[in-house]
Structure formats: C-alpha cells, structure tokens
Design a protein around this ligand. Sequence first.
Ligand code: AMP
Length: 569
Amino acid sequence: MSIPILGIDLGTTNSAVGVVDSGFPILLADAAGKRLTPSVVHYLDGGGITVGEAAARSKVTAPDRVISSIKRKMGEGNHPEEVSAEILKHLKGIAEAALEQEVSQAVITVPAYFNDGQRNATKRAGELAGLEVVRILNEPTAAALAYGLDKLEDKSTVAVYDLGGGTFDISILELHDGVFRVLATQGDTSLGGDDFDIALAEFIWREGGDGSAFSSLEPSVMATVLGAAEILKKELSEKAEATVRLPFVLPGHHLEVDVTREDFDRVIRPILQRTVSPCRRALADSGVALEKLDAVIVVGGSTRSPGVRALVAEIFEQEVDTGQHPDEAIALGAVIQAGIIEGSLRNMVLLDVTPLSLGIETFGGLMNVIIPRNTTIPAKAGEMFTNAVPNQEAMLVRVLQGEREIANDNWELGKVELSFTPGPKASARVGVQFRIDENGILEVLARDTATNEDTILEIQSAAVDVDDEAVETMISESVEHAFTDMAQRQWVEDEQHAQELLAALTPSLEILGDEIEPDYLERICSAEAAVKAALEGNEHLRLKEAAKMLEAETEQLAVMLVEKMSGIS
Ligand code: AMP
C-alpha cells in the first residue's frame, strides 16, 4: 500500500486528522477513541509536552503553562508555529498509530482570509512537525468539498457559514462541471465560540459572582468560570435551561446561576450580529440572488447552538443544512483534497477569487480596473492604451490593487516602463494584459503592437493573498469616499476633455486665419477664455458649461476646416 497523504483540520479550538481508506474519506481516532483533539498544548514543568485532552484538563491547574487558541496568533513570529507544530506532531502520531505506518505528507486547512504570512507559518508548522504540506486549503472550500461529493447537483450554489472557536468565514461557492468555484468570501479572523464563552462567563459572574469585576479575577478563577461557561453553552444547545454550579469558586463564595437559552441568545447577540454584514456583502459580491442559493451549509462547532442556526436561516431566508457533522466537515474536506492529490479520489480543481480589484493608472492619475474584485482565478483580461501626447516615447505602467478611483489611493504592486515608437498623439497602440494563474501569480504583459515587443512583469501572489483586515479597510474606505472619489474622477475626465478641446483649437484657428468672421472669432475666444478660467479656478460646474459652449461654438469651425481641407486636396 502506498503512503497516504493526511488531511488535517488545524482548528483554533479542535483539530482532526484523516485519510482516504479504500476510496472513503475517514477521520482517525486516538487511543481513547476520540476523533477531535483539543488544539491545546501543555508545556510541563519538567520539560515534557502534552497535547489535546490531557493538556486541556490542565488549563485550570496550570493556566500559564497551557496554550490554547494559538491559531489566532499564527503569523506573529516563531512561537505560534512551534506550538502549532506540537499539535500537528500529535495528529501525525494519532494517524501513524491508527495506520500502523509512517506518514510524511499532509493537506492542512486555514481560514479563507489567512494572508500569505499566516499560510506560510502554517506550512512551516507542518514542516517542524515532520510533514511536507502539499496543499493549504481554505476551510469553507474544504467544507463544501465534504458536502459536495454526495449531495450537490451540478451548477449548484451554496453558502458555507463557518463559525468555529476563533474564526468566522462566509463563502459563496459554485459547483460546476465538477469544479468548485469560490464566488466570494468574507470573514473575521477573530470571531467565534471563544467570544461566546467570554460573554457568557461575564454574564454568569455578574449574576452569581461576589460583586467583583470578572476582569479582575485571578487567571485560574477566570479559567474555571470560562470552562464552566463553555460547558453551559454546550448544554444550552441541547436543552432550554441549565444551571452552572461552582462551589468555592472564591474562598467562601459559591456560585450557582440558572441560565436559559434566551439568556444565552441575548448575551451572544451582539457578537453573533457581527456575522450578518459579511454574509450580506459576500452575497452581493457573488452576484447570486438569495433565492438562487441551493443550500446553506453550517460548519464549525459554534453552529451547534440553535440561536446561531436561527440567525443563519434568517440571513439566507432558508432552512440550514445540518446534514454534516459541524466539527468534522472541514477535516473530511481536507482528507478529500488529499485523496484527490494522491489520485485515490476523482479529480476536482478548486478555484479562488481576487479579493480586490486590479488595474493600472491612466492619464490624470485615475485607477483603471482591468480585473474587478471577486473575479474567479485563473483569469485573463486586457485593454488597449495609447500615447496621450505627441512623440511620447515611454509610458509608465503602474500596477494597482484596490477599490479607489484615484490611483494613488490604491496600493502599487509593481511598475514597468514601456517604450513605444514615437508618433502623433494617439498613434501608439499598447495592449496591457493581466493574467492570474491558478496559484495566484499575476503576470502583466504589455505589448507595443507596432513592434510586437512584449514587456512582462511578474507579481507574486500579492494579487490574491491579501490580509482580510486590509481588504475590509480598503472596501470600507472606498464606500466612505465614494462621493468625493467620483467627483474627483469626473473632474479629471472633464479637465482632460477641456484640455483636448483647447489643444485642438489653436491649429484650427491658424489654418482658417481670416476666413473666420470677427464676430464669430470673438465668440470662440470668449468661450476659450471661459474654459481656461474655469480650469484655473478648479471650478467643475463652470468648466462643464464653458466646455459645452466651446464645443458648440467650434462645431462650425470643424465644418469649415473639413471644407477647406477637401478644397485643398
Ligand atoms: P471548532 O473550532 O469548529 O472546533 O469549534 C469549536 C467551538 O465550538 C468552540 O467554541 C466550542 O465551544 C463550540 N462548540 C462545540 N460544541 C458545541 C455545542 N454543542 N454547542 C455550542 N457550541 C459548541
């Protein structure tokens, strides 16, 4: 038997590992028969390390030696990588014990919004654990993959709402010809069930504590209350009311509080509400109408709470699919992807989208979008450009990323100087083409069509891998400045149009000379002066009117010019 590739869900709260066994994706259980391993590492006093359930149990007794939710810190230096490596080593051990053979390769999932640095950190954690990471897979895509194999019809669109312990992702995917396309994705890398636990713990402490502030408690007491809150939360997924009891939580103080599901729903409401607008935005970005969604899948342990499911159903106006094991779907998806790579499952290709628009700067410092945001990759698009001034010898192509109208408000990914054959204004023809391959590498090709000379600029995965916070900031700023940005763009466009009118006027007047009636000449000159004054004064409305007038006045001039030219020839 060949060596299988592991599929691993390296979760904030829990992790899981599996393989394809005789054509079926399965998760592997540890010696205790558990398929979920808490993502918790305990650095023992004596120098040893325990991982999983045992480490999670030590949270209360040795809170400062036990590390959990390390995934939230991924990409922030070596430490999170090393801690994650311990979890991965443990998972590798579970797999090797279950399979009775050594393994060396894995597919590991990450939140869709992990940036390049966070993805690389995850890869390095795998390597530290002795695993070659053959693919980093987006979690919602993994969930859809787990779901899609047995249930989806071709051309289906699904929403994957993933609320785990520490991250939230919403993705809209389309299955077409056996290929999953990520149409749009949004998320929040620090939102999840851990936040419910904190909010619930604070609530419990307010109701049944000794009057002190929750935030002022000793770490070990805090951990006790937090642990109790999580247990209570899980109970409230099953029943309408539950009681939390912590005798001697403080010397001489017993805590006992009855909590209803309504209490819990109210406590988590503000946190849960933060998932609404990413859902709406992802839907809008995907261009899929609500009623066209074939399924809404919920994954992540936190979607076991009825209140969470109710909200998801409300947002998407349809029943939520609960066919999947919310904690295992992502790991199963990773296993399926591993099976595809090793060739033991039928082939499916997974596609990503561009998180922000890509374009180049054009005349007047404006952003010219070539590939709009949320375009499925691989993608290819291009446009033709020309020289703005006569005998221009070169043009600077600045490759930009962002949603703002003004070039300088976007991010510059690279630039290339393009030379072309000098000639009259607008005689050059330069084709600029953007191509993004399936790995997210952007290649900008600029071709002078006169010489067929190509200039190629390659931009690494920056076009696709963007930090989610940066994407959010960029989008919210573009909304915030939409009005002024648009006004600025129109001003630049009108200004250019006016400059063109002025530039064309002088030669026409010279050619026609005395043939122009003095009265008419005076009207033209005063229109010209009005345009110039408006340009100088930066007065947009006046410029528009003046340019319109100048255009109307010069119409007859154009006719005279054509007559004269044809008379000459
Ligand atoms: P995940 O990161 O997908 O493993 O999800 C872990 C999160 O799910 C943690 O915050 C858990 O407390 C939460 N969770 C697990 N089981 C339940 C349950 N039965 N009800 C509510 N939340 C749960």
